[in-house]
Write a new protein. Structure first.
Length: 166
């Protein structure tokens, strides 16, 4: 089955991956959109493993009160430019929402939780973000407060996240 430029465009919109990677995945999948998405996922896993050795020292701290829970998370990337990227910011907010919904005991448990609004785990979603953004991304740490009142505060554009629990 052949594919068109519109198919490449649709795959890019679905996945957020670059045009050339989408074109290669569609060619390999012989125009099958579902198979192309799976190929891109596998490529994301390979890219994630390849970039895992890189230092992710920049990133973003995010604090929020979600469904009566106070959540603060830190997600790191390689450069401060990525920390300002809308897709990265949405990923960080999704991690915070996942923490509030799943209430994991530790980081390993969080990485196995279903990422908020998807059928993917946090690990799988992180791997997809590595493919889309092109840098190593790591969820570094989180805290959750389920009782009383929590007030979030984010300072310096996401460099400092504070959660006051009363």
């Amino acid at each position: 089955m052949a594919y068109t430029a519109a198919d490449v465009k649709n795959l890019r919109e679905m996945t957020g991956v670059g045009m050339m990677d989408c074109k290669k995945a569609l060619a390999e999948a012989d125009g099958n959109m579902d198979k192309a998405v799976e190929i891109l996922r596998e490529k994301g896993l390979a890219a994630s493993q390849k970039k895992a050795g890189r230092i992710a020292a920049e990133g973003m701290a995010y604090a929020a009160a979600i469904d009566g829970m106070g959540v603060v998370v830190e997600v790191n990337a390689e450069t401060d430019f990525v920390a300002k990227n809308d897709k990265f910011v949405d990923f960080v907010k999704g991690v915070a929402a996942t923490v509030a919904a799943c209430k994991p005991a530790d980081l390993d448990a969080l990485m196995e939780c279903k990422y908020n609004g998807t059928d993917l785990t946090v690990t799988q979603q992180q791997q997809e973000m590595v493919l889309v953004i092109g840098e190593n991304i790591k969820v570094r740490r989180f805290s959750i407060f389920a009782e009383n009142t929590s007030v979030p505060y984010i300072h310096a554009g996401g460099k400092i996240g504070v959660l006051v629990n009363l």
